[in-house]
Write a protein that binds this ligand. Structure first.
Ligand code: CTP
Ligand code: CA
Length: 227
């Protein structure tokens, strides 16, 4: 009935998400990664589940617990994350929050690289990782709503708008991660929602509050009748 729909507006909807960093191995004991605690992505997954959605979260390596009432697929590398996301399509929405490493090493060593006296430091060859969000945005089974995140240290809005188009996303949640803001690893976030209709500026709030508000906005978007 009406009350149930108000309390669980995402009942019957499936949402695929990514969160956390990816780890790209250099050798069996070393890796390259982006900074990401997974706090914001995991909070969004939990908030969507509270609104009744069936949430499948592909998480990179994080130290925080799995969000409640969410199916979590644990992966390590960007390629594993991409494969897991592809397996989870089709879905009603995709919310890609992960801080995916843009590059991986092209010359991953099978054994631990040892220091040898008098030898130069090893040179890392890097190759580009797949863009998971762009893959979903351009997919034949594209979800109705595709949301990406953009952490920027400069030209926030211009960069976010470019990403909207390049990745065929509906919204980009942009946040300023320049050092002074303390967003990285912290509990607060000030975001802007960049859509083709314009930019919504949200005040500084906790990552929990950002999650609640974003989940409500996603619910509203998925409830509108398709035209
Ligand atoms: N993303 C992704 N796969 C990648 C890189 C990014 O899915 N290989 C997603 C992120 O999860 C995020 C969005 O794309 O939702 C934007 O990520 P960001 O790193 O800001 O964008 P890039 O296109 O990688 O641009 P750059 O790092 O150069 O700013
Ligand atoms: Ca990137």
């Amino acid at each position: 009935g009406l009350l149930a729909r108000r309390q669980k507006p995402l009942a019957g909807k499936t949402i695929v998400m990514t969160s956390g960093p990816t780890h790209e191995p250099i050798d069996p004991v070393r890796y390259i990664a982006n900074r990401s605690s997974g706090k914001q992505g995991h909070a969004i997954a939990a908030a969507l589940a509270r609104l009744g959605a069936t949430v499948r979260l592909v998480s990179g390596p994080v130290t925080i617990p799995d969000p409640e009432d969410v199916t979590v697929i644990h992966v390590s590398t960007a390629r594993e994350m991409r494969d897991a996301v592809e397996q989870l399509l089709p879905a009603d929405a995709a919310i890609m929050v992960a801080a995916v490493a843009d590059w991986r090493t092209a010359n991953e060593a099978g054994e631990k690289i040892k220091k040898k006296p008098g030898e130069k430091a090893p040179a890392l060859q890097m190759i580009e990782n797949p863009d998971i969000l762009a893959g979903v945005g351009h997919s034949k089974s594209r979800p109705r709503l595709v949301v990406g995140f953009a952490a920027e240290t400069q030209d926030l809005l211009a960069n976010a708008k470019r990403k909207l188009d390049k990745k065929a996303a509906d919204w980009i949640v942009a946040n300023d991660v320049s050092h002074a803001t303390g967003v990285m690893g912290g509990d607060r976030n000030a975001v802007r929602i960049v859509t083709r209709l314009g930019v919504e500026e949200w005040p500084d709030m906790s990552k929990e509050e950002v999650a609640e508000r974003l989940a409500a906005k996603i619910a509203a978007a998925l409830q509108t009748v398709e035209v």
